[in-house]
Structure formats: structure tokens, C-alpha cells
Design a protein around this ligand. Structure first.
Ligand code: SF4
Ligand code: SF4
Length: 108
């Protein structure tokens, strides 16, 4: 379940708002988006994957919200670890920008 939008890292690009298939985030003008409907998160990790600055953390448990410590996530290099494991790197960013596979998860 989505647990963190890092205000330190977030650039406010709102890509996560666009890719989330269940509309969990609300965009906020000149600020990071907020987790507005955490209970609707389906733990698909799309937001983590697409965030260009690794500002998001999705915990593995899909049914239970858990408290997270951003500093600990930083120290253990968890932020961005899923993206790296998938193979999306800074070099692949142009391809990432054109990827539309997240649309497969959007309700029709
Ligand atoms: S995708 Fe990342 S940088 Fe962009 S608004 Fe969401 S959390 Fe912030
Ligand atoms: S993990 Fe998936 S459902 Fe949950 S907030 Fe991120 S994109 Fe939305």
C-alpha cells in the first residue's frame, strides 16, 4: 500500500497522479500530490516505477497501512529499489516517458 510521498524529493510533476489506476492521489498546486484515498491503493507499484525522482514508497502489504520512516528508507536505499530492479534507469528515461502500459490497469 502506498505509504510515502517524499516532500524532500518530489518535484510536483504529477506523473504518479496520472499513472495510478485507482486515482489514489490528488494533485496540489505548487506542492507534492497527497495520498487522498490510501484504501484504494492496489499495491501495483506503478507510481513508484514511474516517479522520476524515487519520491514514493509502496509497502508490500496490500491490505494493511504501516508506518514508515523516510530516513530509514533513505539509509537502506529502499527508495527507487523497485524501479532499479525492473531495469528502469536514468538512461531509459526517454523510453519510460513513452511507456503507456499503465493504461492497461486503468478502468475502462
Ligand atoms: S511522480 Fe514523483 S516527483 Fe512526480 S509528483 Fe509524483 S511523487 Fe512527485
Ligand atoms: S501502488 Fe498503484 S494503486 Fe497504489 S498508489 Fe501507486 S499506482 Fe496507485
Amino acid at each position: 500500500m502506498i505509504e510515502l510521498v517524499s516532500a524532500e524529493r518530489c518535484t510536483g510533476c504529477n506523473i504518479c497522479v496520472s499513472v495510478c489506476p485507482t486515482n489514489v492521489f490528488d494533485a496540489v498546486e505548487d506542492s507534492p500530490p497527497v495520498i487522498a484515498r490510501q484504501g484504494d491503493c492496489q499495491t501495483c507499484f506503478m507510481c513508484e516505477l514511474y516517479c522520476p525522482v524515487d519520491a514514493l514508497y509502496v509497502a508490500h502489504d496490500a491490505n494493511l497501512a504501516v508506518a514508515v520512516d523516510e530516513l530509514a528508507l533513505e539509509d537502506t536505499k529502499v527508495l527507487g529499489s523497485y524501479r532499479k530492479a525492473i531495469g528502469w534507469t536514468a538512461d531509459s528515461r526517454p523510453r519510460r516517458a513513452s511507456d503507456r502500459s499503465y493504461l492497461l490497469l486503468k478502468p475502462h
